[in-house]
Design a protein around this ligand. Structure first.
Ligand code: NAD
Length: 277
């Protein structure tokens, strides 16, 4: 089937579709329909987590799409309460069981939760899961450079991806540079600023210029920056709209306009240095 969406090569040789569907806050009983709808629109990448409580619905959606397993890129994450080698290994098995899959394409440590002092051991569990075929690729989420350096120094294994909060109001330029130096790809969570950026007048201006929606402009911005992006919606029309971003391009003026939205205090979610849940 022809599916001309961009795909990013990861350092381990695997490939990830650059645009995926996020399913945080999609209830389990809706997840199968939401995922199937997205796959029918052309998405080939779904981002879930054990925390989201919808792995079962996500797995059902993937199966009901009729697509071959290797056509869909599925990510899940190990939650903070499951940190540590043994607990994380058990949590990975439980996630696969809920998903009804024998492997995920990408497995992430959800937060470093540095106060727990367990993220290195948790990373070792992911390394083992990959060796045993339960994950094709392994990465992290919400890691700062010092956390990345620690797991790399202690295990010699570099995560393929760091999934972090990133949107026009919080562009993470320093962290992106740190990723580039280490060969880690950047994946953007809350890419639409949880919807808060969609009414911004500068975004509206660029959207009007292209005859596109504010969400499409912001998703296109992520694509043009080379980021992997996972906007969330459980509304069929928005799911479709958010994928329809390959028929236009932003020019240098548009990118300069959106760059102006970056703010030192633009973070919406928790600070990874202190966050624990
Ligand atoms: P988001 O930035 O994707 O915004 C989602 C919200 O924007 C929706 O709930 C909806 O209200 C609105 N929206 C989406 N499309 C729209 C459209 N076309 N028009 C108008 N409004 C629209 O926020 P998010 O859900 O926080 O982040 C996306 C995904 O990132 C999550 O679902 C999850 O998979 C992942 N995530 C990961 C972490 C982490 O710690 N790793 C944290 C948060 C989110």
């Amino acid at each position: 089937m022809s599916n001309p969406q961009p795909v990013i090569a990861l350092r381990d040789g695997q490939r990830i579709p650059q645009l995926g569907l996020g399913v945080w806050q999609t209830p389990n009983h809706e997840a199968a329909v939401v995922v199937r709808t997205a796959l029918e629109c052309g998405y080939r990448h779904v981002d879930t987590a054990s925390l989201y409580g919808n792995e079962q619905g996500v797995g059902e959606g993937v199966r009901s799409s009729g697509l071959a397993r290797d056509e869909v890129f599925v990510t899940t994450k190990v939650w903070n309460d499951d940190q540590g080698l043994d607990r994380a290994l058990r949590a990975i098995d439980a996630s696969l069981e809920r998903l009804g899959l024998d492997h995920v394409d990408l497995l992430l440590v959800h937060w470093p939760a540095p106060q727990r002092k367990l993220y290195v051991e948790t990373w070792r569990a992911l390394v083992r899961a990959r060796q045993e075929g339960r994950a094709r690729s392994i990465g992290v989420s919400n890691f700062e450079p010092e956390h990345l350096d620690r797991i790399i120094a202690e295990t010699g294994v570099v995560p393929v991806i760091n999934q972090v909060e990133l949107h026009p109001r919080f562009q993470q330029k320093r962290l992106r540079a740190a990723h580039a130096e280490r060969g880690v790809r950047t994946q953007a969570w809350s890419p639409l600023g949880q919807g808060q950026l969609l009414a911004h007048p500068l975004v509206a201006r660029v959207a009007d210029k292209h005859g596109r929606s504010p969400a499409q402009v912001i998703i296109r911005w992520h694509i043009d920056l080379g980021l992997i992006v996972i906007p969330k919606s459980s509304n069929a029309q928005r799911i479709r709209e958010n994928f329809d971003v390959f028929g236009f391009q932003l020019d240098a003026d548009d990118l300069a306009t959106l760059e102006k939205l970056d703010e030192a205090g633009g973070r919406i979610g928790p600070d990874p240095m202190t966050a624990d849940f």
